[in-house]
Design a protein around this ligand. Structure first.
Ligand code: AMP
Length: 375
């Protein structure tokens, strides 16, 4: 056994990193993590924690030097820093997927170039661009900043001419305007690709609240044939783009069509359910990839609902705890509560999540109505 004491470096120390470190430890490896926040979730579990800004090149290099292999859970590390580090250290996923995901325009062009359909889009930096975009795409459409947007930040829904003024503050900033897709649902697929194999996790249907993921529901409820098509397109995309490691793609689904919305080359919030819901989880398979071990194809163990605990949703935790025992005994349902150890429950901040296993969406709705709200 040569696994022990390999060091895995992680750029970013949030909850995704924290759950990854737990899996890294289960393989007897160690984790060194860099994050600007000394109290970030990983600070409690990492074997070594570097408190430094993502702009601190020397600190990034110190992490790489310490590591046998490096990965990332934060997407916005400067591209030129990454190029330099990638040339000298083992950033096993490479930097291409990260680079491609850092800019919405590049991301969409890249998706189209490698066989995935997107909503139609037009690059937009000026008033003239915006007018042209609206003429081409019609109403409604959506303006998004090209970089640093997440969870609905830096976006304007343009329903009519009256909304155009809301884009004005962004003029001068590179942006993109997209056709509005009146989708039936949003889903995501997580895939892990090594040089020998590609595995995909069961597709989750995602419901957002205030632009942030609220629920992931598995099975997604899509036709099996459509699920198979979405998975196959995702795998083909990774192969054509030459990506290795983990990738999550979020799609809009309308009828039998699916549109790439965005991607993240890291573990994803919509894959938290895999920890208890699948025979292997996204963090474990990423660890296997990083350590050069064979990947395992995941199987869904039961229907699941993952609920994000945002900000003051923390009040629900004791109620879940109270209810779980009863459900476990009576109906074989369980709730697995994960708290990230963040001190301040700021509004909409991701504080933790709960995965309910052996539970369908309808049962979850009923559960919230009768067990949570009535107490
Ligand atoms: P994003 O940051 O791109 O994931 O957008 C946040 C949320 O806005 C998505 O999860 C969708 O619910 C919605 N949205 C974004 N782009 C579109 C679009 N082109 N058509 C319809 N809804 C969209």
């Amino acid at each position: 056994m040569t696994l022990s004491f390999k060091w895995i470096g992680i750029l970013g120390g949030g909850q995704l990193g924290m759950m990854l470190v737990e899996e890294i430890h289960s393989f007897g490896a160690k984790a060194v993590v860099l994050d600007p926040d000394k109290d970030a979730p990983c600070s409690r579990v990492a074997d070594e924690f570097i408190t430094a800004s993502f702009d601190d090149f020397d600190a990034l290099e110190a992490l790489c030097k310490k590591s046998d292999v490096v990965t990332y859970e934060f997407e916005n590390v400067k591209a030129d820093y990454l190029v330099d580090l990638d040339a000298r250290y083992n950033i096993k996923q490479g930097i291409r997927p990260l680079f491609d995901s850092q800019d919405r325009l590049r991301e969409k062009e890249n998706a189209n170039a490698h066989g995935l359909c997107t909503a139609r889009f037009v690059s937009c930096t000026t008033k003239t661009d915006l007018d042209r975009a609206v003429e081409e795409l019609g109403y409604p459409c959506i303006y998004k900043t090209r970089t640093l947007g997440y969870d609905g930040h830096g976006q304007v829904l343009i329903k009519s001419e009256q909304d155009l003024a809301k884009v004005e503050p962004y003029f001068g900033t590179p942006g993109v305007v997209e056709e509005f897709i009146d989708f039936d649902c949003e889903v995501s697929v997580i895939a892990v690709r090594s040089k020998d194999a590609t595995i995909t996790f069961p597709i989750s249907r995602n419901i957002h609240r205030n632009g942030i993921l609220d629920l992931s529901i598995v099975p997604s409820g899509l036709e099996e044939s459509l699920e198979a098509e979405i998975k196959a397109a995702t795998v083909r995309f990774m192969e054509r783009a030459g990506y290795l490691g983990i990738l999550c793609i979020e799609y809009f689904v309308k009828g039998s069509s699916f549109y790439f919305n965005e991607m993240a080359p890291r573990p994803h919030n919509s894959g938290h359910y895999t920890i208890e819901g699948c025979s292997t989880n996204q963090y474990r398979e990423l660890t296997r990839f990083l350590l050069g071990l064979p990947l395992e194809e995941p199987k869904l163990l039961s229907p699941c609902v993952m609920k994000n605990l945002l900000g003051k949703d923390l009040w629900m935790v004791p109620k879940y705890e109270e209810v779980v025992e009863k459900k476990r005994l009576q109906e074989g349902q369980s709730a697995y509560i994960h708290l990230y150890g963040k001190k301040e429950p700021r509004p909409l901040r991701k504080m933790g999540h709960v995965t309910l296993t052996n539970m369908t969406e309808d049962q979850f709705v009923q559960f919230v109505k009768t067990e949570l709200e009535s107490r």
